[in-house]
Ligand binder design. Structure first.
Ligand code: ADP
Length: 419
């Protein structure tokens, strides 16, 4: 079989690149011929001509002799690129090798995945349209000095890259005057997302602490000033101050709980825990709260044991949170039911059901985010910190268990833990 030359390879790649325009033109021309309509014929021919003109009028896209990784005549490329390309292919970050006229000599698989196929030998602008990147490449080629910029892409998904262009030092053998440049893309989208989450978290936590602190300060100033001799007012204020400090310590406890859980999130617990007595214990500990809000907690347990691998204290925390929420937020329903399912060969499941007002669907996916509340005032008045379900989710992740939330406005909510 005749060997494929760089020129035919480039031509084939070019045809693949322009296949849509060519196909459209041919299709229109065919329709025109069969329909026998002059206007269609003229349009089809016009498109074919436009494609042909474009083809030859844009030499920058196809270099006269497209250099290939292996076949190039240049001594430096021939001796360097096979090793370079093999090494770069093994990298998992997108990398392109450019020539001195900014045409792409090579791109690794990661670059192909991120930015699509490129015609080897095509100018970099045929693949990357960002003016920032193109200017940077131009500057690196002109000055032979490395540069980097931050570049974001919105489609197909939002990504942020640190793009770096740097010259390759080919050493004293650079006799052919051949110059190579490397364009690399470091994906920092995940780092950015975590940064944003962290700063949101710090802002939220500070805000949550600042509110009770500001109120404490106000009361202290009042007791020192206008209410100096008013014992009755002082007593009332001290009661509120006590509530505020309790709220702050609850918040700090929850924050510490979260950070402890984060530290051991990758270690799966291995203690055998029987959920039957555990759920009974949690229900008993919540009876005073249930009585206060006028709710009855019904426990529906199977015969025998229902063992899972877990950490007892953390599982107590999970079911305390779920039952407490059901009592607090579903109090209008007057009853909360807890079902434990532990059939042979089936996953162990605990479901906490209330008949309260329910949660509108748009809030459900966000309930386990830190500080996310459907109604902030309602949560505060019920001594919530907005961290309960975030803690539940962390504990369940460590237990390789899932939290399934189903809610219907006006009917109630169910939280199921599936081990
Ligand atoms: P909080 O400390 O505010 O209770 P959580 O993380 O435990 O925080 O819950 C987050 C939010 O989810 C609550 O503020 C409340 O709006 C909503 N929520 C949780 N459980 C229920 C429930 N059973 N019924 C209705 N809303 C609920």
């Amino acid at each position: 079989m005749e060997e494929e030359t760089p020129w035919t390879r480039s031509l084939m790649a070019r045809i693949r690149q322009e296949s849509f325009v060519l196909l459209a033109a041919v299709a229109i021309a065919l329709i025109a011929i069969t329909a026998g309509m002059n206007a269609w014929g003229a349009l089809g021919l016009l498109l074919v001509m436009a494609a042909a003109v474009l083809w030859y009028a844009v030499p920058a896209v196809v270099a006269p002799e497209p250099p290939s990784v292996v076949d190039t005549e240049a001594p430096v490329r021939r001796s360097l690129l096979p090793e370079v390309s093999a090494t770069l292919s093994a990298l998992d970050i997108p990398v392109m090798v450019l020539s001195g006229d900014a045409s792409v000599l090579f791109q690794n698989r990661a670059a192909e995945k991120a930015f699509g196929e490129v015609v080897l030998g095509a100018h970099i602008s045929a693949r990357l349209r960002s003016p920032g990147i193109l200017d940077m490449v131009g500057e690196t080629i002109a000055t032979n000095a490395p540069n980097q910029i931050e570049h974001s892409e919105r489609l197909p998904s939002e990504r942020v890259y640190i793009v770096r262009s740097s010259p390759v030092d080919l050493g004293p053998d650079d006799s052919a005057g051949e110059r190579l440049f490397v364009l690399s893309f470091r994906d920092i989208s995940e780092v950015r997302r975590i940064d944003r989450m962290r700063s949101d978290f710090v802002a939220n936590a500070s805000h949550e602490l600042r509110t009770p602190l500001a109120s404490l300060r106000g009361f202290i100033e009042t007791i020192q000033g206008p209410a100096k001799n008013d014992l009755k007012a002082q007593e009332r204020f001290l009661g509120i101050m006590f509530d505020q400090t309790t709220r702050m310590s609850r918040l700090v406890d929850d924050l510490l709980s979260l950070s402890r859980l984060e530290l051991k999130s990758h270690i799966a617990p291995d203690e055998k825990v029987d959920l039957v007595p555990l759920l009974g214990h949690v229900r008993d500990s919540l009876l005073p709260l249930a009585r206060d809000v006028g709710v009855e907690i019904g426990l529906h347990l199977p015969e025998g044991k229902a063992e899972v691998l877990g950490d007892r204290d953390e599982l107590v925390q999970v079911f305390e949170n779920l039952m407490e929420n059901a009592c607090k937020y579903g109090q209008e329903g007057k009853t909360v039911d807890v079902f434990l399912k532990a059939g042979q060969g089936e996953p162990v499941e605990v479901t906490v059901v209330d008949r309260g007002p329910g949660i509108p669907a748009e809030h459900v996916p966000r309930l386990t985010e830190r500080f996310y509340r459907v109604n902030i005032e309602d949560s505060r008045s019920k001594k919530g910190t907005g961290l309960g379900l975030a803690i539940v989710k962390h504990i369940l992740t460590r237990h390789r268990a899932r939290l399934i939330v189903k809610s219907e406005v006006g009917k109630g909510t169910s939280f199921t833990v599936r081990f």
